[in-house]
Design a protein around this ligand. Structure first.
Ligand SMILES: [Zn+2]
Length: 97
């Protein structure tokens, strides 16, 4: 199991992020979806509707963050998994012969 530092995706709360419009901190709040389209996007994606109390900005913000370090770790996992798979196949071949 990957340790905490090797997490590929980081869950974050955009409520503490800066407003993309006025760059204010702690002004973002979850907004209720106004129509069915927003409700659908909200339920199937990692994006949630947020609203800024200060400037009135309203838009989608991701609740998950992918970091470059996590992408590197992910690639490393894939290489290791493939390597392990290759070794297992080689071992199995010897026994199955
Ligand atoms: Zn704002």
């Amino acid at each position: 199991m990957p340790s905490k530092s090797n997490k590929v995706l980081f869950r974050r709360d955009p409520s503490y992020a800066r407003c993309p419009s006025c760059a204010s901190v702690n002004t973002l709040h979850r907004s209720r979806s106004r129509n069915w389209r927003e409700a659908v996007i909200k339920s199937i994606s990692i994006f949630k509707v947020y609203r800024c109390n200060k400037c009135g900005w309203r838009g989608y913000l991701s609740t998950l963050v992918i970091t470059w370090l996590s992408i590197r770790n992910l690639l490393l996992y894939i290489v290791l998994a493939m390597g392990a798979g290759l070794i297992v196949t080689q071992v199995l071949k010897r026994f199955i012969k």
